[in-house]
Design a protein around this ligand. Structure first.
Ligand SMILES: Cc1cc2nc3c(=O)[nH]c(=O)nc-3n(C[C@H](O)[C@H](O)[C@H](O)COP(=O)(O)O)c2cc1C
Length: 189
Protein backbone atom coordinates (compact mmCIF):
# COMPACT_ATOMS: atom_id res chain seq x y z
CA UNK A 1 0.00 0.00 0.00
CA UNK A 2 1.50 3.36 -0.96
CA UNK A 3 1.06 6.52 1.11
CA UNK A 4 -1.75 7.87 -1.06
CA UNK A 5 -3.70 4.62 -0.66
CA UNK A 6 -3.11 4.67 3.10
CA UNK A 7 -4.39 8.25 3.37
CA UNK A 8 -7.46 7.50 1.26
CA UNK A 9 -8.41 4.24 2.96
CA UNK A 10 -7.70 5.16 6.59
CA UNK A 11 -10.77 5.75 8.75
CA UNK A 12 -11.00 6.04 12.50
CA UNK A 13 -11.82 2.58 13.83
CA UNK A 14 -13.70 2.13 17.10
CA UNK A 15 -14.54 -1.59 16.99
CA UNK A 16 -11.63 -3.99 17.09
CA UNK A 17 -11.20 -7.76 16.88
CA UNK A 18 -9.70 -9.54 19.89
CA UNK A 19 -6.64 -10.71 17.93
CA UNK A 20 -3.60 -9.09 19.56
CA UNK A 21 -1.01 -7.17 17.57
CA UNK A 22 2.56 -8.32 17.03
CA UNK A 23 5.03 -6.31 19.08
CA UNK A 24 7.26 -5.79 16.02
CA UNK A 25 4.34 -4.15 14.19
CA UNK A 26 3.74 -1.81 17.12
CA UNK A 27 7.44 -0.91 17.19
CA UNK A 28 7.39 -0.26 13.45
CA UNK A 29 4.44 2.09 13.98
CA UNK A 30 6.24 3.98 16.76
CA UNK A 31 9.37 4.14 14.61
CA UNK A 32 7.31 6.17 12.13
CA UNK A 33 6.50 8.65 14.94
CA UNK A 34 10.22 8.80 15.71
CA UNK A 35 10.87 9.79 12.09
CA UNK A 36 8.07 12.38 11.96
CA UNK A 37 8.81 16.08 11.51
CA UNK A 38 9.32 18.04 14.76
CA UNK A 39 9.50 21.80 15.30
CA UNK A 40 13.18 22.83 15.66
CA UNK A 41 13.86 19.07 15.52
CA UNK A 42 13.49 18.98 19.32
CA UNK A 43 11.70 15.59 19.30
CA UNK A 44 10.02 16.12 22.67
CA UNK A 45 7.71 13.10 22.50
CA UNK A 46 7.94 9.80 24.32
CA UNK A 47 5.81 6.72 23.68
CA UNK A 48 4.59 3.84 25.81
CA UNK A 49 2.64 0.74 24.82
CA UNK A 50 -0.20 -0.74 26.83
CA UNK A 51 -1.44 -4.11 25.62
CA UNK A 52 -2.12 -6.07 28.81
CA UNK A 53 -5.79 -6.53 29.65
CA UNK A 54 -5.59 -5.36 33.27
CA UNK A 55 -4.16 -1.95 32.35
CA UNK A 56 -6.41 -1.54 29.32
CA UNK A 57 -9.41 -2.15 31.58
CA UNK A 58 -8.18 0.71 33.79
CA UNK A 59 -7.68 3.00 30.78
CA UNK A 60 -11.00 2.18 29.11
CA UNK A 61 -13.15 4.42 31.39
CA UNK A 62 -10.66 7.26 30.87
CA UNK A 63 -11.18 7.50 27.11
CA UNK A 64 -14.25 8.76 25.30
CA UNK A 65 -15.33 7.46 21.93
CA UNK A 66 -17.18 9.21 19.25
CA UNK A 67 -19.13 12.06 20.82
CA UNK A 68 -21.65 12.01 17.96
CA UNK A 69 -22.60 8.34 18.43
CA UNK A 70 -24.92 8.96 21.33
CA UNK A 71 -26.86 5.71 20.93
CA UNK A 72 -23.73 3.52 20.82
CA UNK A 73 -22.49 2.10 24.10
CA UNK A 74 -18.92 0.88 23.49
CA UNK A 75 -17.84 -2.25 25.35
CA UNK A 76 -14.40 -3.25 26.56
CA UNK A 77 -14.64 -6.35 24.32
CA UNK A 78 -14.47 -4.20 21.18
CA UNK A 79 -11.87 -1.73 22.42
CA UNK A 80 -8.31 -1.46 21.01
CA UNK A 81 -6.03 -4.39 21.82
CA UNK A 82 -3.14 -1.95 22.28
CA UNK A 83 -2.85 1.70 23.21
CA UNK A 84 0.12 3.88 22.39
CA UNK A 85 0.46 6.58 25.01
CA UNK A 86 1.90 9.74 23.46
CA UNK A 87 3.65 11.96 25.99
CA UNK A 88 5.42 15.29 25.83
CA UNK A 89 8.67 15.46 27.77
CA UNK A 90 8.53 18.87 29.48
CA UNK A 91 12.31 18.74 30.07
CA UNK A 92 12.59 19.19 26.29
CA UNK A 93 9.63 21.44 25.38
CA UNK A 94 6.59 23.00 27.08
CA UNK A 95 3.50 20.90 26.39
CA UNK A 96 1.43 23.86 25.16
CA UNK A 97 3.97 24.26 22.34
CA UNK A 98 4.01 20.58 21.35
CA UNK A 99 0.53 20.19 19.87
CA UNK A 100 1.74 20.12 16.24
CA UNK A 101 4.53 17.70 17.17
CA UNK A 102 1.94 15.31 18.58
CA UNK A 103 -0.27 15.78 15.52
CA UNK A 104 2.52 14.94 13.09
CA UNK A 105 3.58 11.95 15.17
CA UNK A 106 0.08 10.53 15.64
CA UNK A 107 -0.82 10.93 11.98
CA UNK A 108 2.41 9.22 10.94
CA UNK A 109 1.46 6.32 13.22
CA UNK A 110 -2.11 6.16 11.88
CA UNK A 111 -0.79 5.85 8.32
CA UNK A 112 1.90 3.34 9.27
CA UNK A 113 -0.78 1.26 11.00
CA UNK A 114 -3.00 1.44 7.93
CA UNK A 115 -0.15 0.25 5.72
CA UNK A 116 0.26 -2.75 8.05
CA UNK A 117 -3.46 -3.58 7.91
CA UNK A 118 -4.02 -2.29 11.44
CA UNK A 119 -6.89 0.00 12.43
CA UNK A 120 -6.35 3.07 14.57
CA UNK A 121 -8.31 5.53 16.69
CA UNK A 122 -6.73 8.85 17.62
CA UNK A 123 -8.02 9.68 21.10
CA UNK A 124 -8.03 13.21 22.46
CA UNK A 125 -11.15 13.20 24.65
CA UNK A 126 -9.24 11.53 27.45
CA UNK A 127 -8.72 11.99 31.18
CA UNK A 128 -5.04 12.90 31.02
CA UNK A 129 -4.59 13.19 34.79
CA UNK A 130 -6.31 9.84 35.36
CA UNK A 131 -4.16 8.15 32.72
CA UNK A 132 -0.97 9.58 34.27
CA UNK A 133 -2.04 8.20 37.63
CA UNK A 134 -2.90 4.73 36.32
CA UNK A 135 0.44 4.51 34.50
CA UNK A 136 2.39 6.19 37.34
CA UNK A 137 4.08 8.50 34.86
CA UNK A 138 7.04 10.65 35.79
CA UNK A 139 5.97 14.27 36.47
CA UNK A 140 7.94 15.57 33.47
CA UNK A 141 5.76 13.54 31.06
CA UNK A 142 2.43 15.03 29.97
CA UNK A 143 0.01 12.75 28.14
CA UNK A 144 -0.99 14.45 24.89
CA UNK A 145 -2.95 11.72 23.07
CA UNK A 146 -3.66 8.03 23.06
CA UNK A 147 -3.65 6.02 19.87
CA UNK A 148 -5.90 2.97 20.00
CA UNK A 149 -4.72 0.15 17.73
CA UNK A 150 -6.03 -3.23 16.67
CA UNK A 151 -7.43 -5.25 13.81
CA UNK A 152 -10.57 -3.51 12.58
CA UNK A 153 -13.93 -5.13 13.23
CA UNK A 154 -15.76 -2.50 11.19
CA UNK A 155 -15.25 -0.78 7.87
CA UNK A 156 -15.30 2.94 7.28
CA UNK A 157 -16.06 5.14 4.33
CA UNK A 158 -16.49 8.80 3.52
CA UNK A 159 -19.27 10.69 1.78
CA UNK A 160 -19.67 14.32 0.70
CA UNK A 161 -20.69 16.52 3.60
CA UNK A 162 -23.89 18.42 2.95
CA UNK A 163 -25.47 19.68 6.16
CA UNK A 164 -23.82 17.95 9.13
CA UNK A 165 -20.29 17.02 10.25
CA UNK A 166 -21.65 14.11 12.30
CA UNK A 167 -20.33 10.68 11.40
CA UNK A 168 -22.59 7.70 12.06
CA UNK A 169 -22.62 3.91 12.32
CA UNK A 170 -24.94 2.08 9.90
CA UNK A 171 -27.06 -0.96 10.83
CA UNK A 172 -24.04 -3.24 10.33
CA UNK A 173 -21.91 -1.15 12.70
CA UNK A 174 -19.74 0.35 9.97
CA UNK A 175 -18.76 4.00 10.14
CA UNK A 176 -19.65 6.68 7.57
CA UNK A 177 -17.79 9.97 7.76
CA UNK A 178 -18.87 13.19 6.03
CA UNK A 179 -15.98 15.15 4.50
CA UNK A 180 -16.15 18.62 3.01
CA UNK A 181 -15.79 18.58 -0.78
CA UNK A 182 -12.77 19.92 -2.67
CA UNK A 183 -15.00 22.73 -4.01
CA UNK A 184 -15.73 23.80 -0.44
CA UNK A 185 -12.17 23.78 0.87
CA UNK A 186 -10.29 25.33 -2.08
CA UNK A 187 -10.14 29.12 -2.00
CA UNK A 188 -9.53 30.39 -5.51
CA UNK A 189 -7.21 33.40 -5.35
C1 LIG B 1 -7.08 15.64 17.69
C2 LIG B 1 -8.07 14.52 17.52
C3 LIG B 1 -8.70 13.99 18.62
C4 LIG B 1 -9.61 12.93 18.47
N1 LIG B 1 -10.20 12.40 19.58
C5 LIG B 1 -11.11 11.41 19.45
C6 LIG B 1 -11.69 10.83 20.61
O1 LIG B 1 -11.39 11.20 21.73
N2 LIG B 1 -12.60 9.84 20.43
C7 LIG B 1 -12.94 9.37 19.18
O2 LIG B 1 -13.77 8.46 19.09
N3 LIG B 1 -12.38 9.90 18.05
C8 LIG B 1 -11.47 10.89 18.17
N4 LIG B 1 -10.87 11.42 17.04
C9 LIG B 1 -11.21 10.88 15.72
C10 LIG B 1 -12.16 11.81 14.95
O3 LIG B 1 -13.46 11.71 15.49
C11 LIG B 1 -12.13 11.41 13.48
O4 LIG B 1 -10.85 11.66 12.96
C12 LIG B 1 -13.17 12.15 12.65
O5 LIG B 1 -14.46 11.75 13.01
C13 LIG B 1 -13.00 11.90 11.15
O6 LIG B 1 -13.04 10.52 10.86
P1 LIG B 1 -11.84 9.79 10.11
O7 LIG B 1 -10.66 9.80 11.04
O8 LIG B 1 -12.34 8.42 9.83
O9 LIG B 1 -11.55 10.57 8.87
C14 LIG B 1 -9.93 12.44 17.18
C15 LIG B 1 -9.26 12.97 16.06
C16 LIG B 1 -8.32 13.98 16.23
C17 LIG B 1 -7.59 14.52 15.02
Amino acid sequence: MNVYEAVKSRRTIRKFKRQPLQNEDIMQIIDCARLAPYGANLQPLKFAVVSDEETRRKLFPLIKYAGYLTDWDPTFEECPTSFIIVMNDTDIKPTDKSECDSGAAVMSMCLAAQALGIGSCWLGAIDRKGISEVLKLDKRLDVTYLLGLGYADQTGEVFDLSDSVKYYFDDDGNVHVPKRTMDEIIINL
